[in-house]
Design a protein around this ligand. Sequence first.
Ligand code: FAD
Ligand code: NAD
Length: 476
Amino acid sequence: MNKQYDVVVIGAGPGGYVAAIRCAQLGLKVACVDEWHNAKGESLLGGTCLNVGCIPSKALLESSHLYAAAQNEFKDHGIGIGKISIDVPAMVARKNKVVQELTQGISALFKANGVDFIHGHARLEQGKKVVVRERGKKKILARLEAENIILAAGSSSVHIDQAPLDQKYIVDSTGALEFDAVPKRLGIIGAGAIGLELGSVWSRLGSEVVLIEAMDEFLSIADQQISRTAFRSYKKQGLDIRINARLLSATVKNKEVHVTYEDNRGAQQVVFDKLIVAVGRKPNSDTMFGDEMELELDERAFIHVNKYCETSVPGIYAIGDLVRGPMLAHKASEEGIMVAERIAGQVSSLNYDHIPSVIYTQPEIAWVGKTEQACEAEAIPVNIGVFPMSASGRARAMGNNEGMVKIIAHKETDRVLGVHIFSAQASELISQAVTAMQMQASAEDIAMTIFAHPTLAESIHEAALAVDKRAIHIKS
Ligand code: FAD
Ligand code: NAD
């Protein structure tokens, strides 16, 4: 007998668990199925984000930031602490504790909201039926049926033939969160979000880090003025980023990884103690249903959906990393909320133009909306205001005054089209730009707002003033 629900959600990452909770809040009978487990076979909620993504990487970024600050910055404040050391297993154990507390928190939220959680591998069958098995086994654990199905199965690391993983010397991002010692020479294939964040972690702890990036433009998705500034800053920090470098091979010999790549000067060789492969992620659309389901996929295997996350089959929705758009936890969660509300009959939509992006290096990069190069390409006339963090009193007091805030506004309407920040705490600052843009603010609206002094956020105010060439603390 199939157990009947209003909604069955497959996947309990930030897309799926949020969708399930919102469905329950709206009075829908909901089940959520997820197969993630620890070494003992116990279920772990939260998907990639909590278990091997956003949270563990930020825990290690925080620890390594404190270590680097103690080593390089404390003395400027007159603080002497003698010789400092790093205990990598203790740092990783702290990270694991943070993850465990958060995954348990989701279990508690499911119970509190009345979401039925089922641990196992879900397979979607015709007639909106879901069969749950232990992964790789035949035995059926549960049979579910629902009016609505939300697919939220997430994504996995892309593997490349030139660098086959052995999870000891050549690892993906998950392996790179579990090193038991600081590798002396660390190679990273791909200078994207993961490469830069994990490269920063291990570089701060003492690794010599080389990033091998295929594209000839560094961080092409970000505003190029910001990318160029960040590139110089990362270089100074010791991240050796080699762009336009095509990986030819990576092989393990005598406990070392021998990498060959090709750049403008020809074939190059470099030897590492560990190599991280961080060349993107692909949607988990291959093991959840068969061809009989007639769910359309795009050419990169993302499940095809419209702007409301409806698939080609009525009543079946797909969200998060499984579908088009940036692979970000907050985008997955907001899609989950939108779908739950639409199932409950509410009018709900998502503004895909206002999804913020952050790269958690030091300084951080954060942006929302259009880049200057996108405005140029679309022939949108703009006014631009830039305010350097070197002119911010708070940034100077903190001893971290690298970077800038850049605001792009429409030349005729003054409406804010994009905000790009490279600074300390940019991840926190960007939310005010998102709020302003969501309220359709003009640069003048931000310029007329009173910001507390001294704060880093004043730089957003000054950048808005600079759009009209009237910034106070720089000569516009
Ligand atoms: P996932 O989080 O991948 O969850 C999918 C879930 O579905 C998993 O739990 C999986 O077990 C389950 N599942 C899959 N198939 C089945 C099946 N057939 N049956 C049962 N269960 C199934 N994003 C940010 O916004 N900020 C960050 O700082 C950030 N940092 C990151 C750092 C790293 C190292 C990585 C790898 C990613 C990071 N991301 C970050 C990306 C973020 O983790 C993803 O965008 C987000 O997790 C996507 O959410 P999701 O719910 O779509 O999928
Ligand atoms: P990414 O797409 O951000 O970067 C991958 C990089 O690898 C690109 O610059 C690409 O040009 C390069 N590349 C691809 N193939 C290559 C090859 N053969 N040789 C050399 N370089 C190659 O992907 P990622 O860093 O793996 O991250 C995956 C996803 O996870 C991203 O979509 C990102 O949104 C998400 N993520 C987000 C955050 C965050 O929000 N802070 C952090 C980590 C990951």
